[in-house]
Design a protein. Structure first.
Length: 156
């Protein structure tokens, strides 16, 4: 969840988790992976949603449209504990993130004059989901920063 390497706990180790995902991508056909990712993002449990967030970043652009649609749908539901990670993922994947996020926030009727907010504020508002938990914006920013590094290092 925090995208860190905890060497004392194999279940909280980013390197081990990325290797597991890589093996899945190597051992299975692309269409099977895409179908499985569709199932992961539809889960109400946040754990499969996190696996989805990392895995979708490994896909080619042509595989993304339906999965991005499911990701935006999950964000629009506002029910996920990992809304910050979902928002960060879609902000990385979607070049039209700001307009997509504005559409979601308008549908949720949570913010007046959402069009006037900066991209950073829109990102933070979207990451909050349906809770007023203020730190969710910070979580989203930190998670995005932490996921961009392995992406740049081509570990994802």
């Amino acid at each position: 969840m925090a995208l860190r390497n905890d060497r004392s706990n194999k279940d909280c180790n980013l390197e081990i988790s990325l290797n597991r995902i890589e093996h899945i991508f190597q051992d299975h056909e692309r269409q099977t992976i895409i179908k499985d990712l569709e199932l992961l993002i539809k889960q109400d449990d946040w754990r499969p949603q996190l696996i989805f967030c990392i895995s979708i970043l490994k896909l080619h652009r042509e595989d993304l449209p339906n999965l991005k649609k499911e990701l935006c749908h999950k964000l629009n539901e506002q029910r996920s504990w990992v809304s910050p990670q979902l928002a960060a993922t879609v902000s990385i994947l979607d070049s039209n993130f700001k307009s997509m996020a504005i559409d979601i926030l308008k549908k949720q009727k949570r913010i007046d004059h959402v069009d006037r907010l900066s991209s950073d504020h829109i990102f933070i508002e979207l990451s909050r989901g349906n809770t007023p938990f203020e730190d969710k914006g910070k979580i989203a920013i930190r998670w995005k920063e932490r996921v961009l590094q392995p992406l740049q290092d081509e570990k994802i």
